[in-house]
Write a protein that binds this ligand. Structure first.
Ligand code: URA
Length: 209
């Protein structure tokens, strides 16, 4: 089973309260989502392997550590995932960015992929798939399927707020994927929104409500 990491750092929790507030406007909402994503990137990359190197400081030789091993890839799920990209890139600027877009078929209600552009060496990268809201888990699970079909072997999923249903679905469908979340909320309402959540993340990011 993939592990669930609830990132309860005080700065993350404080900023999450501000993004939840319905009085927070699009500009501040975007800035806060970026800041939370940066703080989450810090925790998500905690297990990156290090190797020792020898460097010379102005004062003398030193054996120090640098990141070593697989390169990283960030994959936002369109469209709300875009709001988390810049924050993540601030901490891991060398990461390549892929994109995946899905829509829900109105007849079958199943998610259908309409766009998937990933780094060419996706199978060699540690991938961080991002979407602010994990609701039913249907789209996230389908996105992970698409990415795996393209060869991805190492994936982490990062979201701001999850519903228990989404966590359960993702853990069931993708046992190999660890989930990083700032908060797990109560439930979904009849419209598929997370309660209490923050509303529609895409609309609040892009001011389309
Ligand atoms: N997507 C959102 O943007 N908000 C929710 O509450 C659920 C899915």
């Amino acid at each position: 089973m993939g592990r669930v990491h609830v990132l309860d750092h005080p700065l993350i929790q404080h900023k999450l309260s501000l993004v939840r507030d319905k009085e927070t406007g699009a500009k501040e909402f975007r800035e806060l989502v970026e800041e939370i994503s940066l703080l989450m990137a810090y925790e998500v990359t905690r297990d990156l392997p290090l190797k020792e190197v020898e460097i010379e400081t102005p004062v003398g030789k030193a054996r120090t550590k640098v990141i070593f091993g697989k390169k990283l890839g960030i994959i936002p799920i369109l469209r709300a995932g875009l709001g988390m990209v810049d924050g993540m890139l601030k901490l891991i600027p060398a990461a390549k960015v892929g994109h995946i877009g899905l829509y829900r078929d109105p007849e079958t209600l199943e998610p259908v992929g309409y766009y998937c552009k990933l780094p060419p060496d996706v199978e060699e990268r540690e991938l961080i798939v991002i979407d602010p809201m994990l609701a039913t888990g249907g789209s996230a699970s389908a996105a992970l399927n698409f990415i795996k079909q393209k060869g991805a072997r190492s994936i982490k999923f990062v979201c701001l707020i999850a519903a228990p249903e989404g966590i359960e679905r993702l853990r069931r469908d993708h046992e190999d994927v660890d989930i990083f979340v700032a908060a797990i909320d109560k439930c979904l309402n009849e419209h598929g929104y997370i309660v209490p959540g923050l509303g529609d993340a895409g609309d609040r990011l892009f001011g389309t409500k």
